[in-house]
Design a protein around this ligand. Structure first.
Ligand SMILES: [Zn+2]
Length: 160
């Protein structure tokens, strides 16, 4: 996984680059990230956002902080009885004020398993901004003009 500093300008996919889109959670191999124990509410919100895949790709990134398992080709996370493969898409989080945060969907795993603490402004956006299944969340995605797919129980619900 590529490393980008938190709150730097998003640049992973040049086409989606905009000055108001900021990186969060691109931890790469650098283990020196801030940590905190996440609340269940934070994990629920992140988990919900992981089901809306932005920039879904065919390849998977594995977590650099977990022991390498040669038989695993992707990282599967589960919550509330549902499992999801992470590492092949991004997520977007929107603040009420208009900021946009771009993260790999591995951010759920980083927060849940490795106690990664995202920047406060990201936390505020996650807790105060729109989130799926609110229509406002999907409106903001459409305004952004990125490719995204919303998944539910493995089925494809919506496409741009
Ligand atoms: Zn891990």
């Amino acid at each position: 996984m590529t490393w980008f500093g938190d709150l730097t300008e998003y640049e992973y996919f040049a086409r989606d680059r905009r000055p108001d889109v900021l990186n969060v959670g691109w931890l790469g191999r650098d283990p020196s990230f801030p940590t905190a124990i996440p609340s269940e509410e934070t994990l629920d919100l992140l988990w919900g956002i992981c089901w809306v895949a932005v920039r879904q790709t065919r390849g998977f990134h594995l977590c650099e902080f977990c022991p390498h398992q040669p038989t695993k080709w992707c990282l599967e996370a589960s919550r509330s009885g549902r499992a999801r493969a992470l590492g092949s898409a991004e997520v977007r989080v929107f603040s009420k004020a208009g900021a946009v945060y771009a993260a790999p969907n591995l951010i759920y795993h980083y927060v849940e398993a490795h106690r990664y603490k995202p920047p406060d402004e990201f936390w505020l956006a996650l807790h105060g901004g729109p989130s799926p299944p609110d229509e406002e969340y999907f409106d903001r995605l459409r305004q952004l003009g990125v490719d995204w797919i919303a998944w539910s129980r493995g089925r494809n619900l919506k496409m741009t």
